[in-house]
Design a protein. Sequence first.
Length: 302
Amino acid sequence: MVRLLAILLTLLGLAAPLNAQESGRRIEYDRIAAAGLPDQRLTIWLPPGYDAGEHRYPVVYMHDGHNLFDVKNSNFNKIWAADGAMLAAVRTGKVEPHIIIGIWAPGKDRYRQYLPRSAYDLAPPALRAQMDAAAGGEVVSDRYLAWIAGPLKDWVDASFRTRPGRDDTAIIGSSMGGLMSCYAILERPEVFGRAGCVSSHWPAVDPRAVAGEDSGVRQMWDAWFAARLGAADGRRVWMDHGTATLDQYYAPYQQAIDAQFAAAGWQKGRDFESRVYEGAEHEENAWAARLPEIFGWLLAAD
């Protein structure tokens, strides 16, 4: 029975590869110093065949790297299974293998590292006070973005066989990491050509505390996107959310943001995608279930 199940899963493209040559290779880096930030940590995944050739690879940077590959490192005993999702996307023939740079979240400092600083600066006083309470310290996402786009990317491009251009550099995250990914492609469009903003936490704080129209959240995002989005210019952005648990609060914000993309001339289905997953919760299993689809659209070769 077990063998039959393995055969069925393989035919469906869902089974884990059988050995390291087929599954790629992971490398861990601990306690990386980054100016003005808590120490950072990386898990890097190299695609199958990387060690056997001279091919250069596009790169996808992913937040919450501890939740990407290995359950023993994860917060909630759930993972994105990002390596398996990449292999599944590659098997479709539409996506090239990518190197995955998993950047671990810095524990209690996650919120202040992922909250877009330029949006925070636009928040009205009452909303900013709630953000300050959640952050528990200075909002440092501008430094985090500068580190990823500068020293980290420079090191990755020097240390691995990458294709360093904008159109070969993606950034993906969920919840606050979704906000951070959107921040990256808006603030550094010359570096990041593709962004995955999964279950983005658009309320920014407890959604129940900012449910009213006078909270300033919608106005903050409206002003932020209006000032920074610009034309697509070859960029590609994936956005989505579920309808259960925390994701149940996101639809009104996402609909307004979709309208901002359309108003800026981005074409849905070509330049940006925005999808709703009925019944999906705000958690890693839900994100893992749709990650092959996210990779398949966002990272597809033009």
